[in-house]
Design a protein around this ligand. Sequence first.
Ligand code: HEM
Length: 454
Amino acid sequence: MNVVATPVLAKVTPPEGVLSPLRLLRTLTSNPMATWPRAIYEEKVVRARFLRTDVLFVIDPDLIKQVLLDEVDSFVRSEATRRALGPAVGEALLTSDGEKWRWQRRAVAPILRPDRVAGFFPAISAAAGRTRDRWLARSGDILDVAREMTRTTFDIIAATMLSGAVGHGAGKIEEAIARYLDSTAWKVALALLATPVWMPYPGRARADRARDLIHEELARVVAERRRSGERRNDLVTLLIEAKDPESGQTMSDRDIANNLFTFIAAGHETTALALTWTFYLLSRHPEIEESLVEEIASVTGGGALAAEHVECLQLTRQVVHEAMRLYPPAPIVARQALRATSIGGEAVTEGMEVMIPIYALHRHRRLWADPDRFDPGRFQPEAAKLRHRYAYLPFGAGPRICVGMGFAMLEAVAILATLLPAFRPRLAEGQTPELTMRVTLRPAHGMKMTMSPR
Ligand code: HEM
């Protein structure tokens, strides 16, 4: 009998014992996930001290529900998140709390209603088609699939949210966002050290320049739209016209630009990473890749993918979900306690950082059988129904659940179903991706693959 060995997949190795302060700082700035204690893959709550900050890791579904839903008003965005993202996006949807958050959330909701999202299919399909053509022209070359997917999803977010208004500035913005996010590991480490916000660190000037470039470009987009008075079916027009029904408040140009920045940043790299890790997993599991190709062919009849096909691609959706279980694009959800409380018997003091390490939750020994194995069968509808709602959280949960969830799933399934029937993904020889976190969970040195035409 031919026994196929289960491929070994890239994962984070927790530290052995307690790291010295210097080693801790070094690891925090290279890959913060490698500092997370081993116990978080086995226990319900774990208390840890990082430099000068006490942190409570919460990894039990019921306790996570307590933080994200039942006692949601007792927690705000974490200090680390505010320091990492605040300088770029101010108090926009992702980074604000309380009333400021509530009205911005209401203001953006219409653009992500299911009927509007369905209307984005042509833009998604066109962008996926351009990527397919680009790959056909480079057949046999080694591609960085992480880079390729970022380009594809950026194309989509700019087309749908800004009606393509960044035009030739697109490449510059995309690069600037990547440069800015690179600096966030230092910002988080310094927050844990409780240093003042002005503290210099390597790459700070570069990150500030990247942020200024994005601000200028987005301010130009808003000013031009106001000047032209043109109404488009996009986020720019929606935010310009947004008015709080209770207070009558409208958004300043700075708030609009900050929210555009938030949507571009939160809305493209995450989806790109979900797809990058999916291609990686499929290259390790050709038998699942074959089943996917069969499903796509039987749903589309071998023709072009149409909007109505997407919801019939059950296995494709399962594969994307399982890829986000093993490699959640947002590997941590962080909060800060507004008031003293208790979680799972552990005292939480006012101001304490409470971390929900999604990556560890998704590989938790008590919640998942054989947690490191790729098995899309876990997301068959019957199996998924039996699972605790808070055991699988790639998009978070509670009132702050990802606003772009439906959009992201449509995009991921449609892009995969466009590209996979055309190409066989294979990891370039000698490649073993190394995981790192820069707000998102990325392959540290890209994902080098060949995409050979079928
Ligand atoms: C696979 C792709 C995506 C993943 C894994 C993802 C993940 C997440 C997670 C975990 C949160 C909650 C963070 C928290 O509670 O602290 C979040 C929030 C958010 N996401 Fe996504 N996201 C994705 C795609 C998108 C897209 C496509 C958009 C925009 C079109 C978007 C926009 C946002 C925004 C604006 C928030 C903040 C919501 C709030 O605070 O009220 N995301 N996302």
